[in-house]
Design a protein around this ligand. Structure first.
Ligand code: SAM
Length: 280
C-alpha cells in the first residue's frame, strides 16, 4: 500500500528500516501523514522557500513539507539509521531534499540554504530549547530565517508565549517576544507520537520581526533579565544589585518600582531599563 504522496506509509518505513526509537535521541515519531501535512501548513506558504528541518527521523514531517510545496528541504539528522528512509524520499522528490548526517548543534547550516528560509521541526526535546535560543540570538538581526515552526513539550511552548505575570513568564518569553511574533498554533496529545512520550506537546510559530520590538543592547538586556529571573522571588533592587551600584535610582528612572519582582515587569519596561543602564 502507498500513501497519498506515493511513498510507503510510515509504519512500513519504520519496519523496513528497523527504526526502533532511541530514547537518548528524543525519538518520538509522528506517523500520521495528515498530521505532518497540517504541521507543515502551520509554517505558512512554503512555495519558493528553503526549509531547514532538524531531526527528520523516518521523514513524516519532511514528506509534509515537500508535499506542501517547499522549494527545498535541508534535513539534519544525527541518527545514521534514518538515512536510507530519507534517501527514498530524496529520490521521490529529485533535487528538493538534501540530508546532512550530523549534530544540528555543531553544523553551520546557513551556508546550505538560500533565502527566503523557514525552519520547521519536531525537535528532539533534549536539544530543542538550546537550538531555539541560538536561533533567537544571532550576532545580527534580522536572522537568516523568516519563521520558526517548532514542536515543543507543552510547558516549553507555554514559556515561549507567556505574558507578563503568567506562571511561565521568564527569560524565554522575553527573548522570543523581543524579536518575534509568537503563537501556539497546535496542541498534540502524547498518543500522536510513537512511542507516546509522557508529556503533551504543542507547535509554536515564531515570525521574525524586521527589528527588535523595542530598542535595547542585547547584552545589557540579557544581563538584566538573567539577573532578575535567577532570583525571581526577590525584589528587583536586590536581584539587580550586581547590574549597577545605583540600580534603585535607575529602576525609578525607568518607571519600575524597586520593590517589584521580575515576573511583573513587561518586555517594554525591561528594554527601557536596559537603555538607561547602557547610557550610564
Ligand atoms: N521529525 C520526525 C517526526 O516528526 O516523526 C522525528 C522527530 S523526533 C522527536 C527527533 C529527531 O531528532 C530524531 O530523529 C532524532 O534522531 C533527531 N535528533 C536528535 N538529536 C539530534 C541532533 N542533535 N541533531 C540532529 N538530529 C537530532
Amino acid at each position: 500500500m502507498t500513501a497519498l504522496d506515493g511513498l510507503p506509509p510510515l509504519r512500513e518505513v519504520i519496519r523496513t528500516h528497523d527504526l526502533i526509537a532511541k530514547k537518548q535521541l528524543g525519538q518520538n515519531f509522528l506517523l500520521d501523514l495528515n498530521l505532518t501535512a497540517k504541521i507543515a501548513r502551520c509554517a505558512g506558504d512554503l512555495t519558493g522557500c528553503d526549509v531547514l528541518e532538524v531531526g527528520p527521523g523516518p521523514g513524516g514531517l519532511t514528506r509534509g513539507l515537500l508535499a506542501e510545496g517547499a522549494r527545498r528541504v535541508l534535513a539534519v539528522e544525527k541518527d545514521p539509521r534514518c538515512l536510507p528512509a530519507l534517501a527514498e524520499i530524496a529520490a521521490h522528490y529529485p533535487g528538493r531534499l538534501e540530508v546532512i548526517n550530523g549534530d544540528a548543534l555543531e553544523i553551520d547550516v546557513a551556508a546550505h540554504l538560500t533565502p527566503p528560509i523557514k525552519i520547521a521541526a519536531n525537535l528532539p526535546y533534549n536539544v530543542g530549547t538550546e537550538l531555539l535560543v541560538r536561533w533567537l540570538t544571532p550576532p545580527e538581526w534580522p536572522p537568516f530565517w523568516d519563521s520558526l515552526t517548532l514542536m515543543f513539550q507543552k510547558e516549553v511552548a507555554q514559556r515561549i508565549v507567556a505574558k507578563t505575570g503568567d506562571n511561565h513568564y521568564g527569560r524565554l518569553a522575553l527573548l522570543a517576544q523581543w524579536r518575534c511574533d509568537v503563537k501556539i498554533v497546535m496542541h498534540l496529545p502524547p498518543e500522536a507520537f510513537t512511542p507516546a512520550p509522557k508529556v503533551h506537546s504543542a507547535v509554536v510559530h515564531l515570525k521574525a520581526l524586521p527589528a527588535p520590538r523595542y530598542p535595547a543592547d542585547p547584552k545589557v538586556l540579557n544581563r538584566i533579565v538573567a539577573a532578575g529571573f535567577n532570583q525571581r522571588r526577590k525584589m528587583l533592587r536586590a536581584s539587580l544589585k550586581g547590574v549597577a551600584p545605583n540600580i534603585e535610582a535607575l529602576l525609578e528612572e525607568a518607571g519600575i518600582a524597586p520593590t517589584e519582582r521580575a515576573e511583573r515587569v513587561s518586555l517594554e519596561q525591561f528594554c527601557h531599563l536596559a537603555r538607561i543602564v547602557a547610557a550610564q
